[in-house]
Ligand binder design. Structure first.
Ligand code: NCD
Length: 303
């Protein structure tokens, strides 16, 4: 088995999924075709394989969907969802934790609060790593499942107007999704207060920037909402900012608008909207299971 040497760009996503920058449109089509096939199948091609879920930050959906994906494919999971009960509390470094786990499993799914964590893990690891969220950096598997959701719900991505609203500064899901959407011919609209605005590096000249949902609600084919990432704010940045999509907004939205959220929501989408057929955030989770099955199979199915 070869050992990782390069940086993110140039590292095959089959060896380590660090950033959405690693995927081409062809790769994405391949993963989505695989997701379609595995969603409908009853095969267990990862029988005998083991992954470790190593989460230094809380998670419900990402950790349990990887757990479910692996189990559905016939494999097993070492769940270290609460690193406080592992040797991390004894002061063990991330590098040593990874070097330990590579003896016991075939792939590590890693969520960490530091932005450079996945690359550090990749540098020491002989087995594939999947970035399940690195600080305020990226969340590439979430972005893939978000894109898959848009394709499933709308039949494609080209020509759509996609509005991203919420904490665009610290939200890693919107960072990864924005980069991934650049591969398609769609229009992006960013809605956030100044303090939570999308960082300049993610903005392209044709993008539209707003502060109020009312300005974009009627033109959006997709509205992707995120929560304020309070845990990433320090001192002066910590302020009260509330926004919510309500039935009032949905009356002005297109009949086929797709309302998405990576979840957890903490008030950004009123629960009255859950029965609206345009609310796709629960379906989004199911799509995510299939995309994660595809990634696991593509990365360790044939090695
Ligand atoms: C997201 C995350 O962890 O970045 N959650 C998830 O994986 N679905 C979004 C969030 O926590 O706000």
């Amino acid at each position: 088995m070869d050992i990782f040497t390069g940086t993110t760009v140039g590292t095959s996503w089959r060896r380590a999924v660090i950033s959405v920058d690693q995927f081409s449109r062809g790769d994405i089509n391949e993963i989505f075709d695989l997701a379609d096939r595995l969603a409908n199948g009853r095969t267990t091609p990862l029988g005998g394989k083991i992954i470790a879920n190593v989460f230094y930050e809380p998670s419900t959906r990402t950790s349990s969907s990887f757990f479910s994906a692996m189990t559905r494919l016939g494999g097993s999971v070492i769940p270290i969802n609460e690193v406080n009960y592992s040797s991390v509390t004894k002061g063990e470094s991330l590098e040593d934790t990874i070097r330990t786990l590579e003896n016991y499993c075939d792939l590590v799914v890693l969520r960490h609060f530091e932005n450079d964590a996945t690359e550090r893990a990749m540098e020491v690891s002989k087995i594939p790593i999947i970035n399940a969220g690195n600080g305020s950096g990226e969340h590439p598997t979430q972005a893939l499942l978000d894109l898959y959701t848009i394709k499933k719900e709308h039949g494609g991505v080209d020509d759509l107007t996609i509005s991203l609203m919420g904490d665009l500064k610290f939200g890693r899901t919107v960072h990864s999704l924005t980069k991934l959407l650049r591969m398609y011919d769609c229009r992006l609209q960013f809605v956030a207060p100044n303090q939570l605005a999308m960082p300049a590096e993610y903005i392209w000249p044709a993008d539209k920037i707003y502060q109020d949902l009312n300005e974009v609600i009627d033109s959006s084919d997709v509205l992707y909402v995120t929560r304020v990432q309070k845990e990433r704010m320090q001192g002066s940045e910590d302020f009260d900012f509330s926004y919510a999509v309500t039935t009032h907004h949905m009356k002005k939205a297109k009949n086929d608008m797709v309302l998405m959220h990576p979840l957890p929501r903490v008030g950004e989408i009123a629960t009255e909207l859950d029965s609206d057929p345009r609310a796709a955030y629960f379906r989004q989770m199911k799509y995510g299971l299939h995309v994660r099955m595809a990634l696991l199979y593509a990365m360790i199915g044939n090695v």
